[in-house]
Design a protein around this ligand. Structure first.
Ligand SMILES: NC(=O)c1ccc[n+]([C@@H]2O[C@H](COP(=O)([O-])OP(=O)(O)OC[C@H]3O[C@@H](n4cnc5c(N)ncnc54)[C@H](O)[C@@H]3O)[C@@H](O)[C@H]2O)c1
Length: 318
């Protein structure tokens, strides 16, 4: 494909990117705008842990992107704000074809030491915020599908949930974050099903990228020092490219999938399905019988407790 076709690919489309003013979200917003989309940058501009707010962060990005972008600076962790963000995109740009649920905060701490209030905040921003936006955006997308907005058939309607490998590998001290991120997978699967008839897709992408979050990792050992050094080499632009692919006409048939992006490596992840079955026809299981059968059939297949950090331990391709 030549540069012109690449830059016009999303001409006439409207995207809403939550957390679109920094890091991965900023790269996504710039890439979608670069391909012709109008972009609503929904970013409250707070600290990594969600404290505070700074509307100037999203406003500066919107100013940089000019006519292609607008800032929405209320927290998307409120249902009413999510509704308002979708309404603004619709009023300002005439519709909404693409939603990227990317905003997230971190409040780490071992499960046995954490404050329930921190869990509530993380779930509210990272998972409820994504649900609120999807709930607010998809009636409009369904209407666009009925109206064949932009030509028949409607080729758009995209929801991309930015998740994390922490959501399915787990990570020390990230029980809240991992709970929210794995929750996004259930949200992704069900959104894909609920919207399949309308031709609207929903997928999840787990990024690896240098952002302010990667910057703040304080290595506890040599392995983590190496991880951080490698992570800081990986531009979020690679993640943005994969999101742009899912949002392109070529992404129309891809739904319900979980991808990962680390530099030039793009992963398709499996999703949990039974890998072994124990079944008894003659009687219910009891503890002794189950122990014996599981030791033979399940034990060789048990999933180890390696973190994503330990698994993705090779030099990234950048
Ligand atoms: N950087 C990585 O390597 C990495 C790894 C795994 C997952 N992720 C995921 O990628 C996404 C982006 O992460 P990042 O590293 O770019 O983080 P970041 O902190 O640089 O950017 C997140 C943005 O979201 C915004 N935000 C947070 N809460 C908000 C709210 N309630 N309303 C509106 N905006 C809000 C913040 O202001 C910030 O600009 C997150 O979903 C994160 O979980 C990143």
């Amino acid at each position: 494909m030549n540069d012109t076709a690449e830059s016009n690919r999303l001409e006439g489309r409207v995207a809403l990117v939550s957390g679109g003013a920094r890091g991965v979200g900023l790269a996504i917003a710039r890439t979608l705008a670069g391909q012709g989309a109008k972009v609503l940058i929904a970013d409250a501009g707070g600290a990594i842990n969600g404290d505070g707010a700074d509307p100037t962060v999203a406003e500066a990005v919107a100013a940089e992107l000019g006519d292609s972008a607008l800032a929405f600076t209320d927290s998307i962790a409120e249902a009413s704000a999510a509704q308002a963000a979708v309404a603004l995109a619709n009023e300002a740009f005439g519709g909404l074809d693409i939603l990227v649920n990317n905003a997230a905060i971190l409040r780490d701490g071992f499960i046995f030491k954490s404050d329930p209030a921190d869990f509530d905040e993380v779930l509210k921003t990272n998972l409820a915020g994504a649900w609120y936006l999807t709930n607010a955006a998809t009636p409009l997308m369904r209407q666009h599908a009925k109206d064949n907005r932009g030509g028949e058939p409607y080729q758009w309607g995209r929801v991309v949930n930015i998740t994390s490998t922490a959501g399915f590998y787990g990570n020390y001290g990230q029980s809240s974050y991992a709970s929210a991120k794995s929750g996004m997978l259930g949200l992704m699967r069900t959104t894909a099903m609920d919207l399949a008839r309308a031709g609207i897709t929903c997928n999840a992408v787990a990024p690896f990228a240098a952002t302010r979050v990667t910057d703040t990792i304080v290595p506890a050992n040599d392995e983590q020092t190496t991880y951080k050094e490698r992570a800081l080499k990986v531009s979020p632009d690679h993640v943005a490219m994969v999101v742009a692919w899912l949002c392109s006409p070529e992404g129309q048939s891809i739904t319900g999938q979980l991808f990962g992006v680390r530099g030039r490596e793009v992963f398709l992840f499996s999703q949990p399905r039974p890998i072994a079955t124990l079944a008894r026809d003659d009687a219910d299981w009891d503890v002794a019988a189950l122990s014996e059968a599981a030791a033979a059939t399940f034990a060789p297949l048990y999933t180890d407790l390696k973190t994503d950090l330990e698994v993705f331990n090779t030099e990234p391709k950048v």
